[in-house]
Ligand binder design. Structure first.
Ligand SMILES: Cc1cc2nc3c(=O)[nH]c(=O)nc-3n(C[C@H](O)[C@H](O)[C@H](O)COP(=O)(O)OP(=O)(O)OC[C@H]3O[C@@H](n4cnc5c(N)ncnc54)[C@H](O)[C@@H]3O)c2cc1C
Length: 445
């Protein structure tokens, strides 16, 4: 049986370890950080993520979806906060459909605990991968606890060491390896809405809250302890930017003007704003994701994207799931499998980056746009009437397993139809009439 080495014990690495162990492989997983469960490094830092159907399916394949549900809060709709404090709601899908707020640190710890139940998985912390010898499949590490160098060889290496993958860095130097990296002009900062004194949430915990403000936005997702983690997505430089909003007074004035209903809920705003880092958002595309039959990039190491579709982790989990399915189809024969996987999956990695960028514009700008909201209502009504003819784009990404690159093709076709429908006379008043629905049906056929 092949010996498996995994670099990076983040979300995707830990899930991949469990999936491999379930198939009977011996797995050694190496992580540059200390064991976060012992070091309690995550205290006070609570980035949360939206987990949706693609992620759940992979967790189910690993037999651990039930464990993760215990730490997940369903969000059934977006709640948009207008400048005047008024709220409008938009359901994510059909009634029972939801995306789930999970703490990244909490999820990572839980995945590690679940992986620890397999005697064939060994975690090696404080091991920073510095290189890989691709000829012999030997990983090089700095052991940051002992200051020694270490080398370990494996039959297969899965690189799940994130957007700045050390393994990918070596692959970039091989012939015919394509690579591009792009930073968004906007960065982000985590802020906090603490719980009420009795531990309850200050806002509806079953919504993803958005303050769309055109060029930028703030969002908030609930945590299990009653607090919300807010993320301000904001230009790095420019007139209104992290660069210029840089004094207590400016932050207070800016929040008063821009997020007046949120400000009273954020008593620690100034501390959070100045103590928490301003982080950049990077997109990474590369191809192929494999090196021969030996090495495979998974998760952010293969396709780091911006977070606006809430799909980075979900896509990474789906990577593991698809590899698992292909391995099963090949009856456990790895011959040529990593190359075939890369060919299949790279277009989807690229597509989720494109979709994520499109959704940024939708979230920060269009969710406050009347015509956009009308389009969404028409689509939702038609989709309810004819679910087999129309799955809204958001649902295709979030609640289906349609391949991401196919979702983009479907989205273009739907866009062309909606352009025509929005031209119908008096569409604002007649949007849910039989005539409009009949026209949609004619165009969708
Ligand atoms: C603000 C923000 C919000 C997001 N929201 C969502 C969301 O709502 N939904 C969603 O699905 N995704 C979201 N994402 C994306 C998601 O966080 C990532 O896609 C996901 O964490 C990728 O998992 P990964 O395991 O591939 O990489 P990572 O989580 O980056 O893990 C990589 C691991 O490798 C380790 N490592 C790195 N270098 C080395 C090395 N040289 N040697 C050894 N170990 C190493 C790291 O310490 C880390 O533990 C968001 C991202 C951001 C920034």
């Amino acid at each position: 049986m092949e010996k498996i080495g995994i670099v990076g014990a983040g979300l995707v690495g830990s899930l991949q370890a469990i999936l491999m162990a379930k198939k009977g492989y011996d797995v050694s997983i190496f992580e540059s950080r200390p064991d976060v469960r012992k070091a309690k490094l995550l205290a006070g830092k609570s980035i949360n993520l939206a987990l949706s159907d693609r992620g759940w399916r992979a967790l189910q394949a690993a037999g651990i979806d039930g464990d993760i549900r215990e730490i997940a809060i369903p969000m059934y709709q977006r709640c948009m906060h207008a400048l005047d404090g008024s709220l409008s709601y938009q359901k994510y899908g059909k009634d029972e459909q939801a995306i789930y707020s999970v703490s990244r640190g909490g999820l990572n710890q839980k995945l590690m605990n679940l992986a620890d139940q397999y005697p064939t998985i060994s975690y090696n912390f404080d091991r920073k991968c510095t290189d890989i010898d691709l000829k012999t499949n030997t990983l090089h590490f700095d052991n940051t606890a002992t200051n020694q160098e270490e080398k370990h060889s494996f039959d297969k290496v899965f690189a799940t060491d994130g957007a700045f993958s050390a393994v990918r860095f070596r692959m970039q130097k091989t012939t015919m390896f394509d690579y591009s990296q792009k930073y968004l002009d906007h960065g982000y900062k985590e802020l906090v809405i603490p719980a009420n004194e009795d531990g309850s949430h200050k806002l509806d915990k079953n919504c993803l809250h958005i303050w769309p403000r055109g060029e930028f936005m703030m969002i908030a997702l609930a945590n299990m302890d009653g607090s919300f983690t807010c993320t301000l997505f904001f230009p790095m430089y420019g007139e209104k930017s992290f660069d210029t909003i840089n004094t207590h007074e400016k932050v207070e004035t800016f929040f008063q003007k821009t997020f007046p209903d949120a400000l009273p809920l954020m008593p620690t705003l100034l501390d959070d704003y100045f103590e928490n880092p301003t982080s950049a958002l990077v997109m990474v595309r590369c191809s192929p994701w494999n090196y021969e039959d030996k090495v495979l990039l998974l998760g952010d190491a293969a396709h780091a994207t911006v977070p606006f579709y809430g799909q980075g982790m979900n896509c990474g989990f789906e990577d593991c799931m698809i590899l698992q399915e292909m391995l099963e189809e090949a009856n456990g024969n790895w011959n040529g499998l990593l190359g075939a996987y890369s060919k299949t999956r790279v277009p989807d990695g690229n597509a989720i980056i494109d979709l994520s960028l499109m959704n940024y514009i939708e979230m920060r700008d269009l969710t406050a746009n009347k015509e956009f909201l009308l389009r969404k209502k028409i689509e939702a009504k038609f989709s309810n009437l004819y679910p087999e003819k129309w799955i809204p784009l958001y649902s295709q990404v979030t609640f289906s397993h349609i391949r991401y690159h196919k979702v983009i093709e479907n989205g273009k076709a739907q866009n062309a139809i909606m352009e025509q429908v929005m031209q119908l006379p008096n569409i604002e008043a007649n949007w849910d009439s039989n005539e409009v629905m009949a026209k949609m049906l004619e165009l969708a056929n």
